[in-house]
Design a protein around this ligand. Structure first.
Ligand SMILES: [Zn+2]
Length: 235
C-alpha cells in the first residue's frame, strides 16, 4: 500500500483501486487518508465510485503494520468490490487543522521542558502531558514562546534514518508513551529546523507560520509531576 500522506501531507485526493473489503472496512492500493496513530485522529472523507459515493467516518491501522490502512465506511453503505477504481477524497478542512495542531504540539514540546507522557490532537483543541514539577509552567509565557516560533515561519522537513541509527540516539525520543515506529528498517524524523527533531509519522504543515497562532487555554494538574497543557488554534 502506498501511503501518499507520508510523502505529501497536502495531497487531498487520489485515485486508487480497492484491494480488500472486510467487516472492518476498505483497503486500497494507495491512499491519502491518515490512520489513527501517534495521537492524531484518523481522516474522514468520501470514496467515490460508479457515480456514487460513500462516507468514510474513520481511518484506522490493521494488523499488517503501519502501511495497512483501513477506511471505515458509514454504517449500511454499499461497499465497492475488490478491483473497483475509486477516488479517495479527504475532509481537507479537518485534516488541515490536524496538521496545524500537530505541528503546534512539536513547538510546544520544544518550549516546555521535561518528557512527554501522552498527547491527543483534535481539530478544536489538543494537549500534551509533560513530566515536570508542579508550579513550573506559565500559560501566558508558553503561549508567547510558541507564537514566537510560529511567527519565525521556520521550514519543516522530514528525513529517514535506519532503526540502528534510531537505537543509537535515544535522546531523540521526547515522548515516552509513543514508541517510534521501528521494525520496518527505517524511522521518519520530523525536523522543525533548529527547533525540534524527533521521530514522528504524523502529518504536518510545511512551515510554522501556517499554524497561524495558538493559545494555551488550560494547564491541568494530572498528578505528581504530570502537567497537561491544552492548546487551541486562534482561528
Ligand atoms: Zn509530528
Amino acid at each position: 500500500m502506498d501511503a501518499l500522506f507520508r510523502d505529501d501531507a497536502y495531497a487531498r485526493s487520489c485515485t486508487a483501486t480497492v484491494t480488500a473489503v472486510d467487516e472492518r472496512g476498505i483497503r486500497l492500493d494507495r491512499t491519502v487518508f491518515y490512520p489513527t496513530g501517534g495521537g492524531q485522529p484518523g481522516d474522514t472523507g468520501v470514496l467515490r465510485f460508479g457515480g456514487a459515493g460513500i462516507r468514510i467516518t474513520d481511518t484506522v491501522k490493521g494488523e499488517g503494520g503501519p502501511d495497512d490502512v483501513i477506511h471505515v465506511p458509514e454504517e449500511g453503505a454499499a461497499l465497492p468490490a475488490p478491483g473497483t477504481e475509486v477516488e479517495a477524497i479527504l475532509d481537507w478542512e479537518r485534516r488541515h487543522r490536524h496538521m496545524r495542531m500537530h505541528t503546534a504540539l512539536h513547538l510546544l514540546c520544544a518550549v516546555v521542558p521535561g518528557s512527554v507522557t501522552g498527547g491527543q490532537i483534535g481539530a478544536d483543541k489538543s494537549r500534551l502531558d509533560f513530566n515536570v514539577p508542579a508550579e513550573s509552567l506559565d500559560k501566558d509565557a508558553i503561549t508567547a514562546a510558541v507564537n514566537a516560533l510560529i511567527a519565525a515561519d521556520t521550514p519543516i522537513g522530514t528525513r529517514w534514518i535506519t532503526d540502528d541509527e534510531m537505537a543509537a540516539s535515544p535522546d531523540l525520543v521526547r515522548t515516552m508513551s509513543v514508541k517510534p515506529p521501528t521494525g520496518s528498517g527505517r524511522v521518519r524524523l520530523l525536523d522543525v529546523t533548529g527547533v525540534d527533531l524527533q521521530p514522528c509519522g504524523g502529518t504536518h504543515v510545511a512551515r510554522t507560520g501556517e499554524i497561524g497562532g495558538i493559545e494555551v487555554t488550560k494547564i491541568e494538574n494530572k498528578g505528581k509531576q504530570n502537567r497537561r497543557v491544552v492548546i487551541a488554534l486562534k482561528d
